[in-house]
Design a protein around this ligand. Sequence first.
Ligand code: ADP
Ligand code: MG
Length: 267
Amino acid sequence: MDEKKAVTASAGTSSALLELSHVGKVYGGKGVVTTALDDISLNVRKGEFVAIMGPSGSGKSTLLNCIATIDSVTGGNITLGGRVITRLRSGELSKFRRDELGFIFQDSNLLDTLTGFENIALALTLKGERPRKVEQAVSDLARKLGIEEVLQKYPQQMSGGQRQRIAAARAIVASPQLILADEPTGALDSKSSAVLLEVLESMNTSMGATILMVTHDAFAASYSSRTVFVRDGRLFNDINRGDCPRGDYYQRIMEVMAFLGGDLDAR
Ligand SMILES: Nc1ncnc2c1ncn2[C@@H]1O[C@H](COP(=O)(O)OP(=O)(O)O)[C@@H](O)[C@H]1O
Ligand SMILES: [Mg+2]
């Protein structure tokens, strides 16, 4: 390769917030060995909303869990904000996750004994924020995200969609560098999915959140600004939404899915 070009390329990637470099993940030792991730290199810039799509078993959750430092890579490196997170010591991991990341899972994982308000507030309280500041931050966010009516309810009193919106608010309230979502609409009906995706979209466009969302649903991916396709643990394709209307972007995602095959969902 042209040496000058190579230098420019690597200088260009330094503006990435998240940088995956030749990431590999092999499960198992003796006996059955599964290569879940095979040489994945990917950059995510600050302010992007990236969807990771792929068939079931393609390595999406493994990829997200390696970025989340919940799982460890067996090859390559991941950096967030210039910090190599694949080499954090075990004592640093929980602080890193609490301070730098926000999480949204398929099952909202709210604490049942706390109200919606308290679930959101907890992320700030754990960081030692003052009660008045916490109250203000949670109220402001609830107004922006349209979840004021469920703040005083307990998770069991909420619909699945309301729980996921509380989980989204909890993920962003402490202003993490990166929000990670694994199939956040996986347990929701199509109407609640659309409402949650609008919440994620607004967290991205009006609040500047950088989001990485794993999904096997083209409809969910169509709310992102970029879709990255994974198959058999490898990156397959990458499409940018640009200024394209959501409907057209959805069609383009569907076209790539047709090539990929597998059990991807379409709506
Ligand atoms: N803890 C584990 N031990 C062994 N194999 C695993 C483990 N987790 C995932 N795998 C395997 O890794 C591959 C990718 O899984 P996963 O990342 O969960 O896929 P996806 O989220 O795209 O459905 C699959 O073949 C799966 O069986
Ligand atoms: Mg998964």
